[in-house]
Design a binder for this molecule. Sequence first.
Ligand code: HEM
Length: 455
Amino acid sequence: MSQSTRAADRGLDALGGTAAPAVAGAADNIRFLATHTLPAFVRGFVNARPTVVKIYAAVGQPAWSAATLRALRARHGGAPVLLKGMSGPMLVLLDEPELRRFYAEPVRTLAMDSPDKTAGLSVLEPTGVICSHGELREQRRTINDEAVAATEPVHPCGRDYLAVVADEARRLTARSVLDTPALERALQRVARRIVLGDAAADDRQLTQWLISLRNEGNWMGKRRKQAQAARTLYAQANARIAAYAAEAPAHTLAARALTHPDPDGSLDPIGQTHHWFLALDGLAPVAARTLLLIATHPAEQDAVLAEVSTVGGPLLPRLQACVRESLRLFPLVPDLVRVTRAESTWRGASYPAGTSVLVPALFHNRDPYRVSAPDAFVPGRWLAPGATGILQFAPFSHGGGRCPGENLGLLVTTALCAELLRANRLTGARPALPSSGPLPLLVDTAGIRLGLVPR
Ligand code: HEM
């Protein structure tokens, strides 16, 4: 362990000494804006815009950002670099000691509700845990942890959820071609049934309302004229959700949330469902990319087909490793952002309270200096003991802000892929990816098509 790593372990201001902050000059700020911040905004912070993703995939846009970050790291010796972010100064973390500290810091001091994030998310989940702070945040996090059973490898209502997945997968397995829109429709139904129950299964209008709110969230509150309409739509969606929740069976996430006491009405357990819908709907692109990677790697497909044919029960380690590896290669959340609540010192340099702090997770997941075979599909790396704790890889983040829905998300995605693979072998995958050689940093997910050949 390096000296700076040991110092980082000791806490927020522990690096000792004083140093001048590594502040980016005008040229670096323009480069960071042009290759990282602006492309992320145009792509959509909340709901990725398919057309933009397609163009970025074609031109290899994320490689521009990686080149910028690598150059900044080389120029500043790995020190955190202060750059201009969307909502003010942003400290970008580029080296291992700072990653360690980012995840070790309590969420009370290195807070989740950074201005960049809340500007977008508060449109669709104003009372969600990510947008909350202090004691209220902790109570809402508890509601989330309880409802999604964050610490359980298999959710106590997993049997009900797996039955829903199997039921919805039946509509997919009979097809000869599977594409992303079909996976999206199936997972939207899965989401409505898991969060609210079967009564909501056909309510596509509710999902459309939620998607409209996410699209508005992409504008990060910058379209002031649309703000009132978005608030009205949120209230409408919330009322619909509350009506379902009042009748929802006990196994649903909404019913589980409602068992949490809320004596003064401040916690808004139902308000948490908006993030659960965002996350569960987000499993469709994850499943699509996982299946695309499996289809492109014949040896991996053979191993996974053998597993799903022989292993019973919800835990399928090899297939789950494929899902995790697809998330390392193509994270759902490519940037992790926090905000400091007090003045803090990083590598001896002091930064005021209110500084945003960025971990460019995709960059670290694929860092060629720290990760072996960074651009290859190697699910086996997730089967090694302790793999899910490696800080370099953060598809679900780490520490106090780590995703409470990790196990549930993996359970549902793995189960859906397993249902498809029990019935079919995957062939003729599009877009074509190299089966050896570096994988791109982004794929045109909306354009994924997979041939299904009955086994
Ligand atoms: C493959 C699926 C998923 C991935 C890759 C994922 C990833 C993440 C990541 C990276 C974060 C941290 C965000 C940040 O630091 O800004 C997060 C937070 C969160 N996720 Fe997930 N997530 C997934 C599925 C789910 C599911 C299924 C649920 C619930 C049904 C969920 C609920 C949450 C919540 C409530 C938070 C906020 C935690 C907090 O503020 O403390 N996620 N997720």
